[in-house]
Design a protein around this ligand. Structure first.
Ligand code: C2E
Ligand code: CA
Ligand code: CA
Length: 588
């Protein structure tokens, strides 16, 4: 470009020829008007005599900068006073810090900075400048003058900022990064101080991402993660924000939301993810979320505290069964929870020692005729005060304290005793992942069954999808060991995890129990009906018998029977009940 060339040309000798104020256009009888050409490309040339600090500008400077008064531009110092606090560089520094020596043709410099005009209303919006020129030195090499050109690049700067903003985004999902999430929360906290507004932070965890990766491969799992973000975004309001908090967790910020709205929103998010599988290159994959929520600033006045409390809420959500959502409770702060957990672990040990671990039985009926096919034996602990503790209070603590294997073993002994005691009884029991993958478990089973071979044939062992997928090889071996003893094996909570068709076939289940969360609202939810029918098709294709859990209404039972579901369990047919049996006391 001609003007750039003009600005960077080498001086004929010594100091560059100062750019005199251009003559007014009327003095130029012909040819293009240089002022309007310079204006049209947003550039101005200048000379800076460093000795006297005098700055001389091209005639279009006021037009290009749009704000500066002559006084602001008259000297290097006054020009520097316009520098915005946001810009890190300046022309002075670029020249002063130059390592080069002027060999006679000047030393080039190139620097970008922002200027801010001061007017009666204070400082205006920053104008970004690209400043390119050459400085010239005296005999000792000290800079004595500079000749250059400035160009307004505000639009380009904003575009570059946006680009940088994009790097604040998780590239795999398009959600914000965790750092951006933190910034956003800090900003909202700041705003809430002034406007007394509350907002909500949700931590949403994808269940069994580990199993998903193992089963379908990382590419398919990545596709699911990206699709989850897209589906959540479709449910969010314009002011809401979603970010990748960690590998399997998203942070959602819902501005202007209170506690009630938080519950409704979390439920909506959970439902939309469970509503339909995600299409991937490998297979349609189901995903499920658990969500922990906090309300800011009530539950924390910094992003870090809010995250910490949202993690605690997420832990509660993990223990909440089909609810899948929990709000942070101050009374359940980490210290309290640890204390309670310690007490519960003591309670469990004492219960095991004192024979207070017992079973509740819930019938599983044949849908075709309503007769009881077998009963599920469910863990209960009778507390010293006579109250009954159930699995939701016991299992998370037992798992953390390493007591789950002892509980499962006791439940197995109790169930076996009942089977031996009453030959008309058929039972199912639950075993946890820890038991399933315990190398001593098959041996323990074998020893127990050797003494009561007929009992094994009347026993079903239920394994949840999620524990089955922790280690497919180990699960396969454990299932084979159980089946070789005549025990039948059921997949529990089917639909809540991510079982692939392949794994379901490979693991050789005799029964699948469709997760109650999809049955409970069957009569009212077309999505649930669609999903359950898909699960049934899959089971039927593999020739596996089906059980529907949590049947609470006649209409649901009727629907399921119409679809050919084999068995049903739920409060409609009978709640889980403690039965005092001779076997219970004997086994204890
Ligand atoms: P699960 O295996 O899915 O057991 C069914 C749970 O659903 C039982 O809760 C049962 O009381 C409940 N339920 C049954 N019908 C209905 C209904 O119509 N509506 C609703 N809302 N709920 C219904 P429970 O006894 O609290 O057990 C919870 C979970 O704890 C069980 O879920 C199972 O995963 C686990 N569990 C129970 N006993 C044992 C055990 O001995 N060992 C292990 N490892 N886990 C156990
Ligand atoms: Ca079960
Ligand atoms: Ca279940």
């Amino acid at each position: 470009m001609q003007l750039r060339h003009l600005a960077q040309r080498a001086p004929s000798a010594g100091l560059p020829e100062p750019t005199r104020s251009a003559a007014p256009p009327s003095d130029k009888p012909s040819g293009p008007d240089p002022k309007s050409i310079l204006n049209s490309i947003g550039e101005v040339i200048y000379d800076w005599d460093i000795g006297s600090d005098r700055l001389t500008w091209g005639p279009n400077v006021a037009d290009v900068l749009g704000f500066a008064s002559a006084g602001d531009l008259a000297t290097g110092r006054s020009y520097a006073s316009l520098l915005s606090a946001t810009s890190k560089d300046s022309r002075q520094e670029a020249i002063a810090q130059s390592q080069s020596v002027d060999q006679g043709s000047g030393v080039p410099y190139h620097v970008c900075y922002a200027l801010e005009a001061t007017n009666s209303r204070g400082r205006g919006a920053p104008v970004w400048i690209e400043d390119t020129g050459r400085w010239f030195g005296d005999a000792s090499g000290k800079p004595v003058g500079a000749h250059g050109l400035i160009r307004v690049i505000t639009a380009q700067h904003e575009a570059a900022e946006k680009l940088q903003e994009r790097s604040r985004v998780d590239p795999a999902t398009g959600a914000l990064s965790r750092a951006s999430l933190t910034d956003h929360i800090e900003q909202l906290l700041e705003r809430s101080k002034q406007r007394n507004e509350t907002f909500v932070v949700l931590l949403a965890a994808i269940e069994n991402l580990f199993a998903l990766n193992r089963t379908y491969g990382y590419d398919a799992a990545d596709q699911v993660i990206a699709a989850i973000v897209a589906r959540l975004q479709a449910e969010m309001r314009g002011s809401d924000v979603i970010a990748r908090y960690s590998g399997n967790k998203f942070g959602l910020v819902l501005a202007g939301c209170d506690g009630e709205q938080m519950k409704v929103a979390a439920r909506r998010f959970i439902e939309t993810i469970a509503a339909a599988p995600f299409q991937t290159d490998v297979a349609p994959i189901h995903a499920a979320l658990r969500i922990g929520g906090v309300i800011a600033p009530r539950h924390g006045r910094s992003a870090q505290v809010l995250f910490c409390h949202a993690e605690e809420a997420l832990d509660l959500a993990r223990q909440s069964g089909a609810r899948r959502f929990a709000e942070f409770e101050h009374s359940l702060s980490a210290a309290d929870a640890r204390l309670r957990a310690l007490r519960t672990a003591d309670d469990i040990l004492a219960g095991l020692n004192q024979g207070r671990v017992t079973l509740a039985f819930q019938p599983i009926v044949r849908l075709a005729c309503g007769s009881t096919a077998f009963e599920e034996a469910l863990l209960r602990l009778i507390m010293p005060d006579g109250t009954i503790a159930g699995p939701s209070a016991l299992l998370p603590v037992a798992e953390k304290a390493g007591l789950i294997g002892l509980l499962d073993a006791r439940v197995f002994d109790l169930a076996l005793a009942r089977l031996k005691e009453d030959r008309g009884v058929r039972l199912s029991i639950n075993v946890s992942a820890a038991t399933l993958h315990d190398p001593d478990w098959p041996e323990r089973l074998r020893n127990a069954v050797r003494l009561a071979p007929a009992a094994a044939e009347r026993l079903v062992i239920e394994i949840t999808e999620s524990s089955a997928l922790v280690d497919i090889e180990a699960t396969c071996a454990a299932i084979a060991a159980m089946k070789s003893l005549g025990i039948r094996v059921a997949m529990d909570d089917f639909g809540a995890g991510h079982t692939s068709f392949k794994n379901l076939r490979r693991l050789g289940f005799d029964l699948v129990k469709i997760d109650g969360a999809f049955i409970q609202n069957l009569a009212r939810s077309p999505d649930d009906r669609f999903f359950v029918r898909t699960l049934l098709d899959l089971a039927r294709h593999l020739d596996i018998a089906t059980v529907a859990e949590w049947v609470e209404e006649a209409e649901t039972a009727h629907l399921l029977a119409g679809w050919g579901v084999d068995y049903a369990q739920g409060n409609f047919f009978g709640e889980a009940q403690l039965v005092s049996t001779a076997a219970a006391s004997a086994a204890a």
